[in-house]
Design a protein around this ligand. Structure first.
Ligand code: ZN
Length: 80
């Protein structure tokens, strides 16, 4: 049986670059509550502070997230 885990990701705002980075949902949720830094997919460490809705996605996070999604949806499939 296929076990497709839900996409466990959330976006976190980096105030210096004003980009929305993508990271683990659980870590970002905790960051909002406790103010702990979160490591995004691209390696950037940010403290999630506010709603990233109006900011553009970090292109590197976007790219890495797309690759992960791809592997999740097509395990062992051909690389794109
Ligand atoms: Zn990023």
């Amino acid at each position: 049986m296929t076990n497709l885990s839900p996409v466990v990701a959330e976006r976190s705002v980096d105030e210096t670059t004003r980009l929305a980075h993508i990271g683990r949902k659980a870590e970002i949720t905790r960051g909002y509550v406790e103010g702990t830094p979160v490591r995004a997919l691209c390696g950037k460490v940010t403290v999630p502070t506010r709603d990233p809705e109006r900011l553009p996605d970090c292109p590197e996070c976007r790219r890495l997230f797309g690759m992960r999604l791809d592997r999740m949806l097509h395990p062992g499939g051909r690389p794109r």
